[in-house]
Design a protein around this ligand. Structure first.
Ligand code: COA
Length: 268
């Protein structure tokens, strides 16, 4: 029997298994499990008593339903289950829109994630913004302080990257990030960072060469302290000067920096 239902505590062992088999064991699904259970809108696909897939909708500030946590156990991939879970959660999002609880549904994925892009486009999403994602091994670490952000710290036009989530640039989002995100400061240079993703990634709030160089080392400190082997950074399309600095610092891109490779999708 096949059923999509809300996740329950006893599903953890299945979630841990899926997590271990995804992204070379670097998946954060099992780490997010408890907070996603508490938060709600966390669904699993159960087949004959085994949980083989997951999906989550999180309500972000600015009334956005954010889709994440779409996973199918490798042994069950390519059979249409991903698409079923995706469609199911999109319908939950549409219902929340109709009830006036959110205004839209969004999510982000990598350009090379063909399955995910296919599902998005089939389910009526359109790509509204792109970012560059790049990564490298940690550099020489530099200890940093915790900090808070203000609207004037944000230099992007419309989205604030927080790992692989992207929040609309509003005061509510700033408040949310101050509550939920990592905000670091090294000298006067601040950055937003997330450790929940596969690799700890950051968004620099200062993009001067000196600022970036220090932020990269501060982020390296954080990654090393968490036993992580790489750091990632999100940069909006149109910031090619920042990219050339990152390339000079040994950052790599899965698409050789030819195009911005992270797509934010919004339900039309
Ligand atoms: C992404 C994932 C959930 C897909 O699950 P799945 O059950 O294998 O997906 P489906 O079988 O429903 O396939 C989804 C669609 O992608 C299409 N697809 C699969 N491989 C494809 C490829 N290489 N190129 C283009 N489309 C492809 C399928 O044809 C299908 O579309 P269709 O039904 O119109 O033919 C699964 O691969 C997974 O868990 N990956 C790791 C985690 C991940 O990347 N999650 C998404 C993060 S945004």
């Amino acid at each position: 029997m096949e059923i999509i239902r809300l996740a329950r505590e006893e599903d953890y062992k299945f979630i841990l298994e899926i997590s271990k088999l995804t992204w070379n064991g670097e998946d954060y699904l099992h780490k997010a499990f408890n907070s996603w259970l508490r938060d709600g809108n966390f669904y699993v696909l159960e087949i004959d008593g085994n949980v083989v897939g997951t999906v989550k909708l999180s309500i972000l500030p600015d009334r956005v339903g954010w889709l994440e946590g779409l996973r199918v156990h490798p042994a069950y991939r390519g059979k249409g289950y991903g698409k079923k879970l995706h469609r199911y959660i999109v319908n939950i999002g549409v219902k929340l829109c109709e009830e006036g609880k959110i205004d839209t549904v969004e999510f982000a994925t990598h350009l090379l994630n063909k399955e995910s892009r296919k599902m998005a486009e089939d389910d009526g999403f359109k790509s509204v913004k792109r970012f560059y994602f790049s990564y490298r091994e940690p550099l020489e670490p530099l200890k940093f302080e915790k900090s808070k952000i203000r609207m004037e710290d944000i230099w992007t036009e419309d989205y604030i990257p927080y790992g692989w989530k992207f929040l609309h640039k509003t005061q509510d989002s700033i408040n949310w990030l101050n509550e939920n995100a990592g905000i670091g400061r090294i000298e006067n240079y601040k950055f937003i960072y997330s450790l929940q993703d596969t690799e700890p990634s950051f968004f620099p709030l200062d993009v001067s060469r000196e600022g970036l160089a220090k932020i990269i080392r501060a982020m390296s400190y954080y990654a090393i302290s968490q036993g992580k082997k790489s750091i990632g950074v999100m940069i909006p399309q149109g910031s090619e000067d920042v990219l050339s600095f990152l390339i000079g610092q040994g950052f790599e891109s899965m698409v050789d920096f030819k195009v911005p490779d992270v797509l934010i999708y919004r339900l039309k």
